[in-house]
Design a protein around this ligand. Structure first.
Ligand code: DAT
Ligand code: MG
Length: 142
């Protein structure tokens, strides 16, 4: 069997950071067995966020989303482990925190705060291509 160590880009979004949930998210990632390859706390620029969410350009939530994501610090993390892209998406739960299953990050820790599904605590890459593209935005030179 070939060992396939995968990387994913995880963000603890400004709502998660403000609510003091960064440690809880990192705890769940480590408890699952993934390792932290890089970590940075920063307030993202508008340019970074427009690039990060480029796939959503033109959708009604794109601009408000980029604005929310630059409203305060985020914790950007590169995680590592076999199949960690799919594995973290499973830890994160469904996009809508109202509907996300209990046991997941969004299901246990998230809710609608009057902004529908915008504030859902975490981001996780959805494919190896997205992960490579996103890691280059958040960790240039890694
Ligand atoms: P995910 O973050 O689960 O991959 P996505 O890529 O479809 O979900 O959307 C990116 C983020 O944009 C999502 O985490 C929250 C926000 N978002 C998605 N759909 C939205 C909507 N209909 N209204 C407001 N925000 C939305
Ligand atoms: Mg997505």
């Amino acid at each position: 069997m070939t060992e396939q160590i995968e990387r994913s880009l995880v963000l603890v979004k400004p709502d998660g950071y403000r609510r003091g949930l960064t440690g809880e998210v990192l705890r769940r990632i480590e408890a699952k067995g993934y390792t932290l390859a890089a970590l940075n706390v920063l307030t993202a620029t508008s340019e970074m966020l427009h690039a990060h969410y480029a796939e959503h350009e033109g959708k009604p939530f794109y601009e408000p989303l980029c604005e929310f994501m630059s409203s305060g610090p985020v914790t950007a993390v590169v995680i590592e482990g076999q199949d960690c892209i799919k594995g973290f998406r499973s830890l994160a739960g469904a996009t809508n925190p109202t509907e996300a299953a209990p046991g997941s990050i969004r299901g246990d820790l998230g809710r609608d705060w009057g902004t529908s599904v915008q504030q859902n605590i975490v981001h996780g890459s959805d494919s190896p291509e997205s992960a490579a593209r996103e890691i280059a935005i958040w960790f240039p030179g890694l």
